[in-house]
Design a protein around this ligand. Structure first.
Ligand code: FRU
Length: 489
């Protein structure tokens, strides 16, 4: 281990020693100490799954980016691994930025990432230089950096987040670009040997007003179509869409090597919660396309866990699907059921108008499955109050009959961000799956057609869960409450 990595490890240990765990996730990947953002290098290698992530080991704010690392044999229990890469080359001296992993023909783990340099040596005021770099490992822990493989194109500054895959005899790479004319683009490169890369074409150009950069592109086949996922910078809110500073978009179409990406459905928003950004996917050995996102918080948003020595977490891992109408679906991977440590099921019942029932006295780490027969209900609003404390903090997840949407409402969620986010539901029966961790709420609707991921920071003490009905009755046809254990070995 080199000196930079040793220093980074020592710093994380120091932060972890005094970490306050009131909001520390039990079943979401989070930094032991310091800061986390994008998931990177997702892969299955030498019999284990690997998740790397953007990590500042020195402070719980975005800063000097390293690659943190955890691994798992079964996607249920996770092991903390040493920090994989530190910024120690001229080309990455101010940040080992986001990237991806593939396995070479020779069986090495090859990662591509963005080397980041502040031109004035300290901050963005002087501009940036970003290029694509390569590093190789045979044990997923020790990486030999091989330097720059795609240099910064003339006249471009924002140039980052390479995602690589193999197809036929060639290797392909997509990368996010702030184009010369100020728009956000995704460029495609091709290589025969993983080292020499040639520009193929502009694969996609943002159609949204205000967008000047598409971060973290990911391009993959799902059934008979291709999906392009990206994280636009500069998008404007529009009604229920893109309410966050950080939001994620996707496009569905057709593509084959050597051709253009023919878009059939342009720019839908993926995950309508308050905190979801920079997701990355990978192909599991059994053929599932799996995704992890960052439950993002930005410098403009209150992130109370920074007082506790850590900041930010990833979502649970999700399996992707694509419907006939080009909706990208996300559903927690089946392995997550393996973390359940107790289940209470409740028989069907009808809630009276203004009735509320406690279904768990203290659920910090758990899951709720609820089915509501909307056709047999007259309520204007029906749903759950979660993370409810004796101090009066609570988060509401409820169906609003007037808008036909499920709302995640953080108007009284404790410390942290406020506001509400919502997603439309279809049909006469509402099925919600809700994952609750110490500082997050993830809501999945309609088998994964909609998801909402948000962070919450409730006050001290027990965290009650209630089911309620407002201004009418509600027919609850199924209800289960699961307790969830911790992911760490
Ligand atoms: C997205 C992002 C990436 C970049 C990384 C740096 O959140 O800005 O574009 O590589 O974070 O931490």
């Amino acid at each position: 281990m080199n000196e930079d990595l040793r220093r980074a490890e020592a710093s994380v240990e120091k932060l972890a020693a005094t970490r306050n765990d009131r909001w520390y996730p039990r079943f979401h990947i989070a930094p032991v100490g310091g800061w986390l953002n994008d998931p990177n290098g997702l892969c299955h290698y030498n019999g284990r799954y690997h998740v790397y992530f953007q990590h500042d080991p020195y402070r719980p704010t975005w800063g000097l980016m390293h690659w943190g690392h955890v691994s798992s044999a079964d996607l249920i229990q996770w092991r903390r691994e040493p920090i994989a890469m530190a910024p120690d080359l001229a080309g990455d001296r101010h940040g080992v930025f986001s990237g991806s992993a593939v396995v070479s023909e020779a069986g090495e783990l090859v990662v591509y990432y963005t080397g980041h340099v502040w031109l004035n040596g300290v901050d963005r005021a002087g501009g940036v230089r970003q290029c694509q770099m390569m590093a190789v490992s045979t044990d997923a822990n020790h990486f030999e950096k091989r330097g720059v493989v795609i240099d910064t194109p003339e006249g471009i500054a924002q140039f980052r987040d390479p995602k690589v895959w193999r197809q036929g005899d060639s290797w392909y790479l997509v990368v996010g670009v702030g184009a010369r004319d100020g728009s956000g683009e995704i460029w495609l490169y091709v290589s025969d040997d993983m080292v020499d890369w040639r520009f193929d074409r502009v694969l996609y150009r943002s159609t949204l007003p205000g967008v000047f950069m598409l971060e973290c592109p990911d391009f993959f086949p799902l059934g008979d179509r291709w999906v392009l996922v990206f994280s636009p910078m500069g998008a404007h809110p529009d009604g229920f869409e893109r309410r966050n500073v950080h939001n994620v978009g996707y496009v569905v179409g057709h593509w084959r090597p050597g051709g253009d990406f023919e878009v059939v459905a342009d720019h839908a928003e993926l995950d309508k919660g308050g905190n979801f950004y920079a997701p990355q996917t990978f192909l599991a050995p059994d053929g599932r396309r799996l995704l992890l996102g960052w439950m993002a918080g930005g410098p403009d948003q209150p992130m109370p866990s920074q007082q506790d020595g850590w900041c930010s977490q990833l979502t649970v891992m999700r399996e992707l699907g694509l419907t006939a109408d080009h909706t990208l679906t996300m559903w927690p991977i089946a392995e997550l059921d393996g973390l359940r440590i107790g289940t209470d099921t409740v028989d069907a019942f009808v809630l009276d108008a203004e009735e509320s029932r406690v279904i768990a006295d203290d659920l910090t780490s758990g899951e709720i499955g609820i089915e509501i027969d909307l056709a047999a209900s007259t309520a204007e609003r029906v749903g759950l109050i979660v993370h409810a404390t004796t101090g009066g903090d609570e988060t509401m997840i409820a169906y609003d009959v007037q808008t036909g949407r499920v709302v995640t409402d953080r108007h009284r969620s404790g410390a942290g961000q406020r506001g509400y986010r919502s997603a439309a539901v279809v049909g006469g029966t509402l099925r919600m799956r809700i994952l609750l961790d110490a500082s997050s709420v993830e809501v999945f609707l309609d088998g994964g057609r909609e998801a909402m991921s948000s962070v919450v920071f409730p006050g001290d003490g027990e965290r009650r869960v209630e089911v309620f009905s407002e201004a009418g009755t509600a027919a609850i046809t199924a209800l289960a409450v699961h307790r969830i254990g911790t992911i760490y070995e």
